[in-house]
Design a protein around this ligand. Structure first.
Ligand SMILES: [Zn+2]
Length: 217
């Protein structure tokens, strides 16, 4: 299995940062993506960064790069995870939404299995984040509707479905993870901690390697 890790946006993408500018999505996503690729490689999994550049590479070009691997090795021997951070608004204000979630394209494909493995791994690896969520809620960091593990169970699995370009135009199993909210203060604090980054890298490593085991079985 060849693992392709995409990181959202580029340093030239406007917006896409925390209101206090401590976190920029392109930068944090790259930090996580690079650490994840290194973790996969050091454990014997073939992994590649889809966008090693710091600048934004157009989605069509990203898909072209991914599909080159699919054509060479067979689409079922390739998987893609695109790493992002969520946002509840674009007005530069702190918001009250938080939590982790994963997206697939509409319908049932192998991406749904990958997404479920990632979701289960997130539930395990984000235990510290999940465990402190209610205390943060009590402080008003999250509104009462928020959950640390965001899910859409309407089609019986936890992923959300969306017609994101990178999910629709890649031939392999492809998912997009939204790793907490860049406009929530408590989420940003967690993302800026070493523990937070390590947990998010670990959940991706576990979800991906579980999926590889499941597809081999
Ligand atoms: Zn994004």
């Amino acid at each position: 299995m060849i693992v392709l890790i995409d990181n959202g946006h580029g340093e030239n993408t406007p917006g896409k940062c925390s209101p206090d500018k401590r976190l920029r999505e392109y930068k944090k996503a790259r930090e996580i993506a690079r650490r994840l690729v290194n973790t996969l490689l050091s454990n014997g999994v073939e992994a590649h960064l889809l966008v090693p550049e710091e600048t934004d590479v157009p989605l069509a070009e990203r898909c072209k790069r991914a599909n080159k691997y699919c054509d060479k090795y067979g689409a079922k021997n390739v998987l893609l995870v695109s790493i992002h951070h969520n946002a509840a608004g674009a007005d530069g204000q702190w918001k009250s939404a938080g939590g982790w979630c994963v997206y697939t394209s509409p319908g049932q494909t192998s991406a749904d299995l990958l997404a479920t493995d990632l979701w289960n791994a997130a539930e395990e690896c984000l235990k510290d984040y999940i465990g402190s969520f209610d205390a943060h809620k009590a402080k008003g960091d999250y509104d009462s509707k928020q959950k640390p593990m965001r899910a859409d169970w309407s089609d019986k699995d936890p992923d959300y479905e969306a017609r994101f370009y990178i999910l629709l135009h890649t031939k392999c199993a492809a998912v997009l993870t939204e790793n907490l909210f860049q406009d929530n203060k408590a989420d940003v604090d967690y993302l800026l901690s070493e523990e937070g980054v390590r947990s998010i890298v670990q959940l991706h490593y576990k979800g991906i390697t579980d999926y590889i085991k499941h597809t081999k079985a």
